[in-house]
Structure formats: C-alpha cells, structure tokens
Design a protein around this ligand. Structure first.
Ligand code: SF4
Length: 382
C-alpha cells in the first residue's frame, strides 16, 4: 500500500481578505472543544477506512489554522499517531498568519509536532499589505519570519505580485529582501481576481487596475530568474524550493497520490478496494459540524472516478510540476502509457507548438506551457 497524506481544514479567519476565495469564514466566537471533537471524529472515520497505510504528511490549512489552540493541534496529531503508522520523516505543516503569531504559540505548536510552517506574508510593503486587506504590517511579517526560523526546522512564506501599480523595480527590491529572509521554500503567486471576492466587485467597479500583460510577464520572468539564481528554482507554477525541500504534502496532490481531507470543504482522493474515489465535504462550517455530529463524517459527495477522469485529473495536477507526469505514475493510474492516455494528434500539436515535452521520463509542460497552463489543458483534454 502506498503512503497517505492527511489534510485538516480549519475554516476560521480573523477577517476576510478581499482577494480570497478559500473556504474561510469570520465568526464572533466558536466552541473550540466542539470543533476539536468533530475533527477527531472525522479523523477516526478516515483512519478506519485506510488501515494499513503509512501517513507521510499532515497539513493544517485554512482559513487560519494558527488560530487553533496548540492543544487542539496536539490532540489531532496524537490521534493521527494512534490511528496510523507515521513515516519516520513525516512532514507536518501548519499555515500561519503573521497577525496570529506569538512566540509561545509557535513554541507550543513545534512541541506538539508541527515541523514545517507556511507563513502568509503576502508582501513586504505596508501600502500593498493594506491594499490586500492583511491584518499585519511589514514589521510584523518580518518578526513572524524570524520566529518561524527560530522554532521550525523548515518554513516557507507566501508572496503575491502583480498588484496595482507594481513595477519591476519595486518587485526586484521586494524579492531581494525576501531572499535574504527566506528558508528553503517560497510560494509566489500572481494576484488574480476571483469570482465572489470583494476584489471582484471592486475591480468590476473600476476601483483599481492591474498591471498590463507585458508588466505581468516581466514580473513573472523576474521571479523565475531571481529565485532560480538564488538556488530556489520553481518546482511548481507558484512554488520554489531548494532540491529536497519541496512541500511533500503538496507534491502528493500534484503527483496524484492518495490524500484524506477532514474538516469543512476538505477534499480527498482515496483508493479503496482498487477504486479511486473523489470525496468532498460540506463547505459551510456549521453544516459540516452538524453532519459529523450526526453521522461521524462531513462528506457531501463520494464519487468513483473513471479512467478518463483520473487521467484528466493527473494531467491537471502533474503538468503544474516542472518535472511533469512520470511515465510510471500514468501507467499505475490508468494502466496505459502517456501516448495511449491522450489523443495523439492533440498531444503532438502541443509538443510541436513548444508547450509540452515528452521523453523517456514522462510528459511535462515547457516554461511557455506552464505560463498558459489552462489553455494547454483545454487543448489537451477537451
Ligand atoms: S487569512 Fe488566508 S484564508 Fe483567511 S481570508 Fe485571508 S487569504 Fe483567506
């Protein structure tokens, strides 16, 4: 049996950032003991279904899981250790916001077993942080990075570029500073305007404009070049790491391995009895909580995936990686080679156009292909 990754979703935030379309919610107060018990219950249920698997990573995402009391994190980790065997080098990541940071909390989270921190820094510029609706300023972000370095063997932080008025000169200075502060991993996202967010309304109203395509392209190129030169090349569209320091948990998604998701809105891909299932939990926190308390799990849907669906999902995830889709992985998932899995004429057209590469190792998107991956996938799969 292959390893298993575990995702735990904590859906609460202090405030809602205007660009965010994650399943995150602001509540005046919550009964944390009730939430802990529900997460433990759903974890037990998932463990019962996946007995005999080794847990290779755990990821606390959100929302803002650094708002969880450290004893809640400790209880979940203790239960996971009691229910599964843990890989000796298990990666346990928790997402944190600089405004929910205190030294004691970081120390306690590390003592509970968290060994990797992912910090939502987003910018090192106070004007940009204000625009992004972040609850922290630059000094708090820098202090949080120092604390992460002090308490965790591995840490990463996120940055968002292509903000209104963002110039290559400003981004270069910000990236230089980020590199001086970085550990072995950085996540760098281009600002996008998502449906249903406050930015979507404000952008439609004309409250702000984004840099044009030429500047966006220059900022992207600069990111690739500067981080690559500093030994942190991209291993995924938005993620950069030194060799061996990639997020193992996120690699499980991109390599289309099995993962169990617990908490509101969490998704999973689980192979049970030789069939791969897509699981999706109820998104609304209170609906999920009531379902778990009633049924022992918060699943809204569980769907067996067909061979074509698995191939499509593998392409959507694997082509995000610089290394692409390994031949052995496609064979294990679909029983066939990459050449048989996809329509040959479409594959050849995308290879001929310089967007995909196919060789003995597997199929990958070229840098040009990764820059317009949605269009490439559309051509390949639809
Ligand atoms: S803190 Fe993170 S999850 Fe919460 S609203 Fe902001 S971006 Fe979304």
């Amino acid at each position: 049996m292959t390893g298993l990754a575990l995702y735990i979703h904590w859906p609460f935030c202090k405030s809602k950032c205007p660009y965010c379309d994650f399943n995150s919610h602001v509540r005046a107060g919550i009964d944390e003991a009730r939430w802990r018990d529900a997460l433990l219950r759903e974890l037990d249920r998932g463990a019962a279904e996946t007995q005999g698997r080794e847990l290779v990573s755990i990821f606390f995402g959100g929302g803002t899981p650094s708002l969880m009391a450290p004893p809640t994190v400790a209880a979940l980790l203790e239960r996971a250790a009691a229910r599964w065997s843990l890989a000796p080098d298990i990666e346990i990541t928790l997402e944190a916001n600089p405004n929910s940071v205190e030294a004691a909390r970081f120390r306690d989270l590390a003592a509970a077993g968290v060994n990797r921190l992912s910090l939502g820094v987003q910018a090192l510029d106070d004007t940009a942080l204000k625009f992004l609706g972040r609850g922290h300023d630059r000094d708090e972000a820098l202090a949080a990075i120092d604390l992460a370095r002090a308490h965790f063997a591995r840490f990463s932080f996120d940055l968002i570029y292509a903000r209104p008025g963002h110039t290559p000169a400003a981004w270069q200075a910000e990236l230089r500073e980020a590199l001086r502060r970085a550990g072995d991993h950085l996540s760098v996202y281009q600002l996008t305007i998502e449906q249903g967010t406050a930015f979507h309304t404000a952008f439609a109203r004309g409250d702000f404009v984004l840099p044009d395509e030429e500047i966006q392209g220059a900022l992207y190129e600069m990111t690739q070049n500067m981080l690559g030169d500093a030994g942190l090349p991209a291993y995924e569209i938005s993620n950069h790491a030194r060799a061996g320091q990639e997020s193992r948990h996120n690699l499980a998604y991109w390599r289309y391995r099995d993962y169990l998701g617990i908490g509101p809105g969490a998704h999973g891909r689980l192979t049970l009895g030789g069939v791969k299932y897509a699981n999706a939990n109820h998104r609304a926190p209170e609906t999920w909580l009531a379902a778990v308390e009633r049924d022992g799990h918060g699943a809204a849907t569980r769907t067996a995936l067909s061979r074509d669906e698995r191939r499509d999902e593998m392409a959507m995830m694997g082509l995000r990686l610089t290394s692409g889709i390994a031949r052995a992985d496609m064979r294990a998932e679909t029983g066939g080679d990459i050449e048989d899995a996809f329509d040959r004429a479409r594959l050849d057209a995308l290879i001929g156009g310089g967007f995909l590469e196919l060789d003995a190792a597997g199929l990958r998107a070229t840098p040009a292909g990764r820059q317009r991956l949605n269009a490439v996938l559309d051509r390949l799969l639809n």
